[in-house]
Design a protein around this ligand. Sequence first.
Ligand SMILES: Nc1ncnc2c1ncn2[C@@H]1O[C@H](COP(=O)(O)OP(=O)(O)OP(=O)(O)O)[C@@H](O)[C@H]1O
Ligand SMILES: [Mg+2]
Length: 362
Amino acid sequence: MSRVLIIDDNYDMLSMLKMILERQGKHEVIACTNGQEGLEAAFKETPEVALVDVMMPGMSGYDVVKRLRADPRTERMGVIILTARGQNVDRDAALAAGADEHMTKPANVEDLLKRIDELLNRDKAKAQATNVMIVPVMSVKGGVGVTTLAINLANVLQQVAPTVLLDLAPAIGQCAFFLGMRPEKHWGHFLENRNTPIPSLVQKHPAGLQTLFAPLLPGQTSWLNADAAAAILAQLTGMARFVVVDMPPLLDPTVQTILAQAQRILLVSGDDALAIQVTRATLQALQEWKERLLVIRNAVAPGPRPPAEAIQKVLRVPLAVDIAYDPAQVTVAAKGLPLAAVQPKTPLVLGVKRIAQLLLAR
Ligand SMILES: Nc1ncnc2c1ncn2[C@@H]1O[C@H](COP(=O)(O)OP(=O)(O)OP(=O)(O)O)[C@@H](O)[C@H]1O
Ligand SMILES: [Mg+2]
């Protein structure tokens, strides 16, 4: 579902466009009748596309577009000027103000929907062209080392290019704990005020790792919805080449939104029968993205393990990386340091480096 902002002082035009766009069920419309209101909505809700009329009392559509382009929250938004003024000079003025498209009223409905789709796809293509890689690390079972792997992977990738770790795990502050940090700033602040720029909420660990933490106490802030998650990701991809996400143990719409944007998905499994069963069920649920999935086996406790072949047979997919129990992790976790930052050659870190190689090999 994408959000489209329409700014037009003509009520009939506004409700007609709203109806046309919402009819397909693909778009959600934010309707505003003047430039000022439209700008406020744009900054607050950061919709993907805006349709802007030109002649409006107060602020003209051109001025609205200029202001959208001047603000970091909306500078990359798709903007269509939709106006009764159809001369070449009008088109030039619209493009000069910063619009992506100029269309004349009455617009052909199919044409309008097509242009909106093109703008939405352009954003996705841009993200791919800039080569930002979103890497969710997940397990529906939990307790199998998701946070540990996410932290260490982010630490290893950070050596290659700017990386941000995004903590979306249930609000108990696991990432902050393992990093020995207090999550003073977190994405809960963004939920309270959508104007808060996400980069201002990212905290840096002394070892260099940048993290956007989760709010600490459950119930303090409402859980992220899919829209907010997409908005957070969009801003994070503007500041890093890799975004590693410590995912919640769920397959809800928020999780689906993130998975849909991911280039690779790391599915972490444990060794015991329940963990393997859950991994198998998750693989089935994520069929749609099977090309992007990398299955990792990790041991969080010492002791004998079933052979990799046996697990691969049950899962019917190869284990991309198999990580052994690593006693060094236990000592370092209590010190608030990513193992990769202090002991680069232990089994856990070597496994994480192998994951990084697989990601970079794409
Ligand atoms: N390969 C490993 N060797 C030794 N200890 C490990 C290993 N991987 C993780 N651990 C330890 O296992 C415990 C659980 O790991 P972690 O918290 O990362 O799991 P999780 O999947 O994120 O759990 P949750 O579902 O609670 O978020 C931690 O104490 C961590 O230090
Ligand atoms: Mg965790």
